[in-house]
Design a binder for this molecule. Structure first.
Ligand code: ADP
Ligand code: MG
Length: 323
């Protein structure tokens, strides 16, 4: 945003600094915060916080109204990418949406990377087959991208649809970069934007950006309480970079996330995604993957702006993610 935080009434340099440290480093981030959240992090009163939030909303021009038909018009551009699974698609209201971040979280081996690979194949299919005619960018932080797995999944689709799909061509439309640390990971979103602009010119628009995994570097690098604010600031920047990419290219953004066990959960499953409120607020759809019997996986839609919570069962097979 063009406006600096300390241009807001009630925000001096010291408060601006505290807000930035807590990850509220843009007007937009402040505009969508809750007064309690802001009051806590910036050590100000809640009524002051509310005034700052109102000013940020006006400055960011996000408090404006538009009529439902205009919103509907924009929503019509939203693409739905097939997961390849009937239940999973139904739970998602058709498929994985573009212009949004979908988070896949779950324990090691729950199938996050497998689903990401499958989407990287599916998105290349034409719309008749649930794809978005798009190419793919993958930011790989754990070195788990496997071209051999893409080949298996393309062969799986050839079988499913009775078509002769060429795995080589699919691999040529997947652009992978290893991220060596969290700063590099953030920078790669800028590189991805440059690449996506080029690919758009070449008639190969990027319709899927994958970050696998979102938090691994951040968790490894920022250890200890004192570094948490710094981490959240970087993470906030990263998440907003990803959202912007999705909007700019009408692309699906899919991130995988690790989990931790929250011992203070009094009932239910204590497994929670890592990354705190910043990831929680920026991810549009949150999906929780769990191992079940053998190749079966349970995928639960935990958070969505417009869909009911639900569960879908899928299978991870050699041919890919299937019913
Ligand atoms: P994570 O959630 O940690 O990213 P993965 O997506 O890597 O988990 O899932 C790993 C699991 O996927 C393996 O334990 C195995 O069950 C399954 N899997 C991986 N490759 C294949 C394959 N070629 N055929 C069948 N299942 C596979
Ligand atoms: Mg993985």
């Amino acid at each position: 945003s063009e406006i600096a935080l300390d241009d807001l009434p009630g925000v001096g340099p010291a408060t601006a600094e505290k807000l930035k440290e807590a990850g509220f480093n843009t007007i937009e981030a402040v505009a969508v915060a809750s007064p309690a959240e802001l009051a806590n992090t910036a050590e100000i009163g809640e009524s002051t916080a509310a005034k700052i939030i109102n000013a940020a909303r006006q400055a960011a021009d996000i408090g404006g109204f538009e009529t439902g038909d205009i919103v509907l018009e924009r929503r019509k551009l939203v693409g739905k990418l097939t997961t390849g699974c009937t239940e999973f698609n139904e739970m998602m209201g058709g498929g994985i949406e573009s212009q949004a971040i979908t988070e896949l979280y779950g324990e090691f081996g729950s199938g996050k990377t497998q689903v990401a690979h499958q989407l990287a194949v599916n998105v290349q299919m034409d719309r008749e087959h649930g794809g978005l005619d798009g190419s793919v960018i993958i930011i790989d932080t754990e070195n788990t991208f496997r071209p051999e797995r893409i080949t298996q999944m393309v062969n799986g689709l050839s079988e499913k649809y009775g078509m002769e799909l060429n795995p080589e061509e699919f691999l040529q439309n997947i652009h992978v970069a290893r991220a060596y640390n969290s700063n590099h990971q953030i920078l790669l979103v800028d590189s991805a934007t440059d690449l996506a602009n080029e690919l758009r010119e070449m008639g190969k628009p990027v319709r899927l950006l994958i970050v696998d995994s979102l938090m691994a570097h951040f968790r490894a690098e920022y250890v200890g309480r004192g570094t948490l604010a710094d981490r959240q600031q970087k993470l906030n920047k990263h998440m907003h970079g990803l959202l912007r990419f999705g909007d700019l290219f009408n692309a699906c953004v899919v991130v995988t996330n690790q989990v931790m066990s929250k011992p203070d959960a009094f009932f239910g499953d204590p497994t929670r995604p890592v990354g705190g409120h910043i990831v929680g607020h920026t991810a549009t759809f949150r999906l929780y993957l769990r191992k079940s019997k053998g190749e079966k996986r349970i995928i639960r839609l935990v958070d969505s702006p417009n869909l009911p919570e639900g569960e879908a069962i899928v299978a991870v097979t050699t041919a890919g993610i299937t019913d």
